[in-house]
Design a protein around this ligand. Sequence first.
Ligand SMILES: NC(=O)c1ccc[n+]([C@@H]2O[C@H](COP(=O)([O-])OP(=O)(O)OC[C@H]3O[C@@H](n4cnc5c(N)ncnc54)[C@H](OP(=O)(O)O)[C@@H]3O)[C@@H](O)[C@H]2O)c1
Length: 311
Amino acid sequence: MCAMKAIRVHNYGGPEQLRYEDAPVPEPAEGQVLVRVQAASVNPIDYKLASGAFKDRMPLQFPWTPGGDFSGVVEVVGLGVTGAQRGDAVYGDSPGGGAYAEFVLALPGMVAPRPRTLSPVEAASVPLAGQTAWQGLFDHGRLDRGQTVLIHAAAGGVGTFAVQLAHWKGARVLATASAANAEYVRSLGADEVIDYRATPFESAARDVDLVFDLVGGETQKRSFAVLKPGGRLVSAVQPPSEEEAARHKVDAMVFRMQASTQGLVRLAELLDGGTIRTVVTHTYPLAQAQDAWRQVMSGHTRGKIVLEVRV
Ligand SMILES: NC(=O)c1ccc[n+]([C@@H]2O[C@H](COP(=O)([O-])OP(=O)(O)OC[C@H]3O[C@@H](n4cnc5c(N)ncnc54)[C@H](OP(=O)(O)O)[C@@H]3O)[C@@H](O)[C@H]2O)c1
């Protein structure tokens, strides 16, 4: 076992840079496992990293294989790894990329048993988006029962989990989405869906405890006005203005998702218990990653897009 098929990027750029080609199978170092990938999901960070937008802070080493989350089966257990065995069905995160391939290296602390009721494709759609939703709402947003949350981009990958988790927590859920996604977002548990193209969300949302910002830009700037004093703006996209936060007497922050086995196990319990679900709207074979990226880059996909590697 020394060669595999992988998507690789050799220069910064767009989807045209994705090449489906032979690559060496990575070897697990001490403390790592090698996972035979069944499916990998597409996340906006994949194309943002490849574009070079973050090359000062997070430069890529070429050739680079994108892919921050996956499902698969443990193939090789590196030295010093306990608690993982060859043949384990797992799902997890690979924050530096690597999952758009037949094999990916992973850290045991960022994988967990695959939810038993989910297919490999469904499981691959969960790790990055699901944990981002949990951490944004609960770890950083401190959302509690009876509070009101406004979730922007509620129909997308993270938003789909966020609406369900906030509803499960017992919060009142306001959500922005286009009219075509209104019914969908309601079905996830939103109490009110604001068609952001037809209605300024400020006219429909007031005295909000938490804004979960998955859009950034003007949407983020305008969100300060809907918060009650003492409220919180938590963004997964970009740092909010400290001046605006002080002016509105609210807390505002940006965060980056931190993957963990514990976070994955918690989501698996909610998924297997039927409390939340994942929504995969399209799948593509690994070789068609370019098409998958073009779709996600439209900024208007519903739920998750997944690459099938070996299902
Ligand atoms: N910090 C982190 O660790 C972290 C982790 C995950 C994601 N993120 C970031 O979070 C953002 C969302 O990620 P994602 O995976 O959920 O993206 P996504 O699935 O691509 O989001 C697509 C959704 O965005 C909605 N949308 C687009 N413009 C909107 C607007 N102005 N107002 C309301 N909804 C709008 C679309 O709804 P309509 O089609 O109805 O318009 C669509 O359903 C991305 O910027 C991503 O990079 C950060």
